[in-house]
Ligand binder design. Sequence first.
Ligand code: F6R
Length: 263
Amino acid sequence: MEIVIQPTYARLAEVAAEIIRDALLKKPNLVLGLATGSTPIGVYEALVEMHKTDGLDFSGVTTFNLDEYVGIPSDHPYSYHTFMETHLFSLINIPPENRHIPQSTAVGHVGFCERYEAAIVAAGGIDIQVLGIGKDGHIGFNEPSSSLGSRTRIKTLARSTLEANAPHFGGTIDAVPKMAITMGVGTIMEANQCLLLASGESKAAAIANAVEGPITAEVPASVLQMHPQTVVVIDEAAASQLKRIDYYKEVYANKLELLDQEI
Ligand code: F6R
């Protein structure tokens, strides 16, 4: 795992967007796995800016979102379809037929989940999977106790997740959909690279558990320790409970120095 600690959320977002931009410049038909939630918003803003200012071209890109609530229409103001449209898809040039988001209905979900997995394989697999992390260590909507080998399926959301998402649904957890379709932990682990993002003190314990704790289904993000190419981009507040914070900073500073020498 590469741990990249940035002073602020704004820098975290820029660094993550630069990783995606550099990959896109090398591979114009990049396959991106995308997350929703508050954490990646700044990353999407930075990518939109690169598109507008530098002409960063997304016309060859294919995307697969991690998850979607079940039980609200796709055009609901707080569906993840709407989120992606608002924060990214309406602002850059990814062809509509290249964008994939899990469906928001349980009807026929078994076949849907199989087709979703098959579409990822048909696209050549995910090059970079963007991930946020829940306070309980979830990635996607893989709540604690999710199988570390799980595939795309319906999951019931944990109470802490309902509480975290309640502000989007009028402040009451009763209004938050109780289930979601999510890529599985095993699906996520097949991405070439995972880009785990976290900001703020409320994520510090989850990050410490994921990065330095035991690998356990109790903290689904901890399985990323087994992934050969995970980059964890976090701000100081989210890094505040890490034991080896000085070492991670030294490793990253040395990497930047090496890159400078190569130029
Ligand atoms: C969203 C997703 C979730 C979020 C996580 C953190 O697509 O998969 O795992 O990444 O709940 O959410 P925020 O960023 O809102 O704290």
